[in-house]
Design a protein around this ligand. Sequence first.
Ligand SMILES: *Cc1c(COP(=O)(O)O)cnc(C)c1O
Length: 376
Amino acid sequence: MTKQILLSTPHMGELEQKFVKEAFDTNWIAPVGPHVDAFEQEFCQAVGAKHAAAVSSGTAALHLALELTGIQRGDEVFCSSLTFIASASPITYLGAKPVFIDSDRTTWNMNPDLLRETLEKRAKIGKLPKAVLIVHLYGQSADIDPILAACSEYEVPLVEDAAESLGATYKGKSPGIFGKVGIFSFNGNKIITTSGGGMLVSDDENIVKRARFLATQARDNAPHYQHSVVGYNYRLSNVLAGIGRGQLRVLEDRVNARRHNFETYQQAIGKLPGIEFMPEASFGRATRWLTCLTIDPAAFGADREQVRLELGKQLIEARPVWKPLHLQPVFAECESIGGAISEELFDRGLCLPSGSNLMPEELQRVIDAIDRIHRR
Ligand SMILES: *Cc1c(COP(=O)(O)O)cnc(C)c1O
């Protein structure tokens, strides 16, 4: 029987079970404990952040990040359009409104020129957003410097969604540590996983302390249960932090494996007419969390959806590139600045199976299948 090849699945290393056993042996099964503290410290070292708070998901981390940036009901937040819904949902949890900004072609991430132009126009009418939220998509950093420069000029804080880009670099540093607050995700499909989890990072210790406070029901310092603000139950469990510590130690291997997938695909099918792989920007290393390509239907002989369905029939899971958020029914009322590039990337973009645990014969099966679709 042919085995299904999935897009991206968990890939455990050798130390996770030891750390989890340690949590059991010491009965630290709560959303607090030595693994949580150690995971935060080790994560800081891995990405070069000053402070970090481990939480239950990337979405939770972003919710806290935006709240701690001061986002309130009625505010506007500029947000990349080409991304997963979880980049923007936390904006709406706070009663604020996203304004979507289109991508550029070199990074597929927020276009810095378009951002600057829009900030300039908004400054003139006294309607600047309360934050800019950039996303580092599919393992590739956005072009952070010009984005930061524009944000500084207009004094708008920058928040970074690096959920998909742990292990990437921007001019030698990790994306996620440049803005006021950054977040990462350890969901089951991400480059490393705790089955579910997230991390909030910041150079501002007060923000991270406040994040931990809000993530544990915002308990005031009192022997009884006393609360002056409303918090959340968002802390990461000590058991899962144990998994995270093991995973962090193999991060480099996972990046290399995913980059190897990309290179294998590119060498094998990169020359087929109409196929173009997601570019790697010159400013750093993309992890190739997912291998993404675009298909020009006229040149290739089949469109993205035909290719995806045909792969599906052969038990190969491929997915369209994220549907831009400005096209999502739930955001129909939201403003969108540009959009043609992200629409085209969605129209033509396909993500191939990209797990760091893919076998060479599985990669070959995907390659052969795409080759056959083209020759038909
Ligand atoms: C996965 C993801 C998130 C959310 O992370 P969870 O841990 O699944 O909540 C946010 N933004 C992007 C871009 C993601 O890919």
